[in-house]
Design a protein around this ligand. Structure first.
Ligand code: FAD
Length: 445
């Protein structure tokens, strides 16, 4: 997405990619996370489609369910968030993203970006470091095994393993201050093909913890060609994750929402169970650097990699590319551009980071260098109540959904209108019109 944005501002954009890229939707070595369920948020979908009109149709043509696909079965189906035994019905799925796998979304984006006349992709080429001018105050390109590549602007979009802080030090600059949350996230995932008789009334089920406050959750996403991507994850350590289908089934049986176990039972794995572990999540504060080299900007996970279980990363990466584009449009070469760009990128991840941090703190995760706003700690009691209110009040559910999808800031949940609904007694409220099937599936009939 960064390349797409840069293509509007530079004559030539060179994407330097370490991996050999697959021709179609496929996994690759440097992005092992693609083996695990990836939900795209509504804000991310809007960002992708805004930058790449036609993307929705491309995905639909590849078997994904999209707002534009006109699939009558999917007209107005809902997304459910089930956490700690609480069921939240999100009124409209389409405020969220596509029903597609990460590899398909990546492939669709890559195909469109590759087709841009001024974008060149050098695959199978690792960036090894930065090239600077004599004063070492300006980055003038990158080092690769095949020689140096010159550039007016270097954009680091190399993901959560970014070496940019180390490269800054190598050229005599301070690395950015970092905030780290030791979330110790563990994943186990499988892709399955559901039995023909299994006709779910939902596109995604998120959460589904074993019990209130549990750090283990399950997610079932419908993806292209009618397949399901089922992932279990734990935050803050948690029990060992299953490594085979039998283990996954045991795990699923412990979820509060029977739908997770049912999805697994009524479908056949089409590949092995994959495991993954992310020990910590890092926000690199390039925006707080007093002095940084000119000619270089970091975005996406390279700038802020928050806890993946909240499904924000792809959306934040797309939003940060758009933010970079906005700053470029108001003076790419002007003095102070890098600082303004770093601030704009940081602003796009601030809400996501805060949301993830609030949740991670609930799970007792240790932090380093993290400024925790007092509202984050104070807000936890309110958040518990908000989730209970969302389960019975569509207006609260909708407001919560807007925040989770990064359409609106967390502070919107404290507006007088929402606060009144959250704080009033819940007991006498009507849980709203859940269909009998849905209620049964979710185990709340
Ligand atoms: C288990 C797991 C589950 C997740 N689930 C979700 C989800 O549900 N929803 C969501 O939105 N996000 C999710 N994420 C996060 C998401 O994967 C990332 O936030 C997103 O991929 C970030 O995009 P990026 O472009 O910044 O980095 P990446 O997608 O990691 O891409 C980095 C690219 O840089 C290349 N590269 C790296 N180093 C070099 C180098 N030195 N030279 C050349 N190329 C290099 C890599 O090959 C790669 O192609 C999840 C992550 C994990 C780990």
């Amino acid at each position: 997405m960064a390349a797409r944005v840069l293509s509007e501002h530079y004559d030539e954009v060179v994407v330097v990619e370490r991996d050999e890229l697959p021709d179609g939707p496929g996994h690759r070595r440097s992005t092992p996370q693609s083996q695990h369920a990836h939900g795209l948020l509504g804000s991310g979908r809007r960002a992708l489609v805004g930058l790449l009109p036609g993307l929705s149709a491309d995905l639909a043509a590849e078997g994904a369910i999209t707002p534009g696909s006109g699939d009558p079965a999917m007209g107005d189906r809902s997304l459910f968030v089930v956490r700690g035994g609480t069921t939240i019905r999100i009124p409209s799925w389409w405020s969220a993203g596509f029903a597609a796998s990460r590899v398909l979304v990546e492939h669709a984006v890559r195909s469109r970006v590759r087709a841009l006349p001024n974008v060149v992709v050098r695959e199978g080429t690792a960036v090894l470091g930065l090239v600077t001018d004599r004063t070492r105050s300006r980055v003038t390109g990158v080092r690769t095994p095949g020689g140096d590549l010159g550039a007016d602007l270097v954009v680091d979009a190399s993901g959560r393993g970014s070496s940019l802080p180390r490269w800054f030090e190598r050229i005599g600059h301070r690395p950015p201050p970092v905030s780290v949350v030791h979330s110790d996230v563990r994943y186990a995932s499988v892709v399955t093909e559901p039995d023909p008789s299994f006709e779910p009334e939902w596109l995604a089920v998120l959460g589904g913890q074993a019990e209130s406050g549990s750090s283990v959750g399950g997610v079932v996403l419908r993806i292209e060609h009618g397949l399901l991507h089922i992932s279990f994850g734990s935050v803050g350590g948690g029990p060992p994750m299953p490594t085979d289908t039998a283990g996954l089934r045991d795990f699923a049986d412990r979820m509060a929402a029977p739908v997770v176990a049912e999805a697994l039972r009524r479908s056949t794995p089409v590949g092995p169970v994959r495991a993954f572990r992310v020990r910590s999540n890092t926000r690199r504060h390039y925006d707080r650097l007093r002095e940084a080299p000119r000619g270089v900007v970091a975005l996406g996970d390279a700038a802020c990699a928050s806890n993946p279980v909240y499904g924000q990363g792809m959306s934040v990466a797309a939003l940060s590319a758009i933010a970079l584009g906005r700053v470029l449009a108001t003076g790419g070469g002007a003095p102070g551009f890098e600082r303004r760009a770093a601030r704009a990128v940081a602003a796009t991840s601030a809400e996501a980071w805060r949301l993830a941090l609030g949740e991670d703190l609930r799970h007792g995760c240790r932090t380093e260098g993290v400024r925790t706003p007092w509202t984050t700690r104070l807000g936890q009691g309110y958040r518990d109540r908000l989730e209970r209110a969302a389960a019975v009040d569509p207006e609260v559910a909708s407001a919560f959904n807007d925040v989770l999808n990064l359409h609106r800031p967390v502070s919107s949940l404290g507006s007088p209108r929402i606060a009144r609904r959250v704080l009033r007694p819940l007991r006498d409220r009507d849980p709203g019109p859940l269909s009998a099937t849905v209620a049964t599936v979710l185990g709340i009939a």
